[in-house]
Design a protein around this ligand. Structure first.
Ligand code: ADE
Length: 435
């Protein structure tokens, strides 16, 4: 934390006239390099940023964004600012902040950032409060903590709110629960549900970056190991597919019979966690649910079993029970804790937090390009549609999803076919069948 900062009053940089709380402003040059490197892989967001700079569709709009403070997110924040937004950024996870990126956003882009790698829960909650003090018109959320806190603790701010955009499956589940409880009084755009988001970010982003995190933390060989993936949603599919590609024997656990069947027919072994717990060498949770690995699973595990999580919150692995079963715990490498039980040890990576962001760098920029293009367009959509959207959860319109896919393909130099007039006519008629 900056030397001068008190807990209650984040420092105001005299030259910058900006509130912020980052680890070290002198890291800014490094951060700028990282942001530029990521930006090379983000052509769709770049085009949106260029249009935003000309059209200024976000002028006068206050945005509070709660995201992983990475080089990719920085490119989003810069695009929002180019569009005229007054944006504040806080970290959505204590272990994902890239301190040099946070510094660069403050120093080189004049964006208020409250994010410190390793921040504790009290600091996180203070940052959520600061994000709300900004009195946002739009919240960009990653897990729905800011939105839920506004509803619970600062309802007077709801009158300013045009709406919220949500990045994750987990956050959307929470928004649905809020809708059911009758407390969602504003429109929410489910950015995660855009096809150009979850098909690529959740599947290929999580798939690659999760294994990247496991490998960077442990340097284990995946070939020949039994990898248990809990959850066969898009994140689970990507993780399982990539683990298989590395030569692992992959077991899927599921609670949804359709997803379980899909995993089976995709060629994976499927069983209950009770059974899989005995067999796994490496466990990866990507369910979005709580205590997917529990006390009895730890009791069944082999000596040296490795456990990690790539779901949004650190609730998937019951670390309290593991602590109770253990006689001690030691750190054996960065991001690697060994829990010592009577008869064995169990290894936990990244304190059960998102391993892809804790031990690696999160999803590669090329997929975040599409995710954050969706975020930028969702923000613009909330502005253009203000007053027209009733409270509820919306997908971004399909034409915007397709626009993002077209731009991405074009940037990759890939051309596709278009329908002929004859084909359009055929697709819209019913009378032409067997000839
Ligand atoms: N979520 C997953 N990977 C990410 C990244 N690289 N930046 C921001 N949010 C992410």
């Amino acid at each position: 934390m900056d030397q001068d900062q008190s807990e209650e009053n984040p420092v105001q940089a005299p030259t910058l006239k900006l509130n912020y709380e980052v680890k070290d402003l002198s890291l800014a040059a490094q951060g700028t390099q990282r942001i530029e490197w990521a930006g090379r892989e983000m052509p769709v967001l770049r085009q949106i940023r260029q249009r935003f700079a000309q059209e200024r569709p976000l002028a006068g709009i206050k945005i509070s964004a709660c995201c992983h403070v990475t080089a990719e997110t920085a490119n989003l924040a810069i695009a929002l600012k180019a569009g005229g937004a007054d944006a504040v950024l806080i970290a959505s996870n204590p272990l994902s902040t890239q301190d040099e990126v946070a510094a660069a956003l403050v120093v080189d882009h004049g964006i208020s950032v409250y994010a410190l790698r390793g921040e504790d829960t009290a600091t996180y909650l203070r940052h959520v409060a600061l994000a709300l003090d900004h009195q946002p018109h739009i919240i960009i959320d990653d897990g729905s903590d800011v939105v839920a806190t506004m509803v619970k603790e600062r309802p007077e701010l709801l009158k300013n709110l045009l709406g919220t955009t949500e990045e994750t499956t987990t956050g959307i589940a929470r928004l649905r629960a809020m809708l059911t409880a009758g407390v969602l009084t504003f429109p929410a755009i489910a950015v995660n549900d855009s096809q150009t988001k979850h098909f690529f970010d959740n599947r290929y982003g999580t798939g690659q970056s999760t294994l990247d995190g496991v490998i960077r933390a442990t340097n284990i060989l995946l070939a020949g190991r039994v990898v248990v993936v809990a959850g066969y949603g898009w994140c689970g599919k990507g993780t399982a597919q990539r683990a298989r590609g590395m030569g692992s024997r992959v077991i899927i656990t599921e609670i949804n019979p359709v997803a379980a069947l899909e995993a089976l027919m995709d060629g994976f072994e499927v069983m209950s966690m009770d059974q899989a717990a005995r067999l796994g060498d490496l466990f990866i949770t990507v369910t979005g649910n709580k205590h997917v690995i529990n006390r009895s699973h730890f009791q069944s595990m082999k000596d040296g079993a490795i456990v990690c999580n790539s779901g949004h919150f650190d609730i998937e692995i019951d670390l309290v029970s593991l602590g109770e079963l253990s006689t001690g715990k030691r750190s054996v490498r960065p991001f690697v804790d060994e829990y010592l039980l009577e008869d064995k040890s169990i290894i936990v990576l990244g304190q059960g937090r998102l391993i892809n962001l804790a031990a690696a760098e999160g999803h590669p920029a090329s997929v975040m390009d599409m995710s954050f293009a969706n975020q930028a367009l969702a923000v613009e959509y909330l502005i253009t549609e203000q007053g027209k959207l009733t409270p509820g959860i919306y997908n971004l319109p399909a034409y915007l999803d397709e626009q993002i896919a077209h731009l991405k393909l074009a940037a990759m130099g890939i051309g596709i076919d278009t329908l002929t007039a004859e084909q359009i006519h055929y697709m819209n008629s019913w009378d032409e069948g067997t000839s």
